[in-house]
Design a protein around this ligand. Sequence first.
Ligand code: FES
Length: 179
Amino acid sequence: MSKYFDPQERAQELRDFKDFLAPLKGKAGQLMQALHHAQDTYGFIPPEIQELISTELKIPMAEVYGVITFYSRFTEIPKGKTQISVCMGTACYVKGAVKVLEEIQMVTGVKAGHTSEDGRVSVFTTRCLGACSMAPVMTVGHEVHGRLLPKDVIELLKHLKYDEQAKLEAEAFLAGEGK
Ligand code: FES
């Protein structure tokens, strides 16, 4: 069960979604229509909704999951208020994107592919953002930041709530005692 979605609490929503799916059965483009509706309704597509789509529309789970993970519009977790994406395309990877991502995870306390418990921030990895000459690249909301070094991350993300350990490390870093 997804920690972001309690089927018991949201039983009515699940029934409504099932009603939405009923007339789609056997129609062309049914999967995309169902996924767009789910994303718009819930803000994300948890496993419970994926299973419902798979069962009701008789589409294998692997196909449902494959489409969700292929299109960046769809997400399996609710997106936080601030969304951070680190490019893991080849140019960014070669120029140190992994270190940048590690630093983001440390500063925010949020692992890639997750949202913080308080809903403030989500961290994602993404494919090439088309700004390879600026590698490594990350986006914070709609802002694009390039030629990043891990130490830039603290400055860029200092407006976000840190977990306690990350905050101490960030403060030490900014005071010149860090890396
Ligand atoms: S590989 Fe990262 S922007 Fe192209």
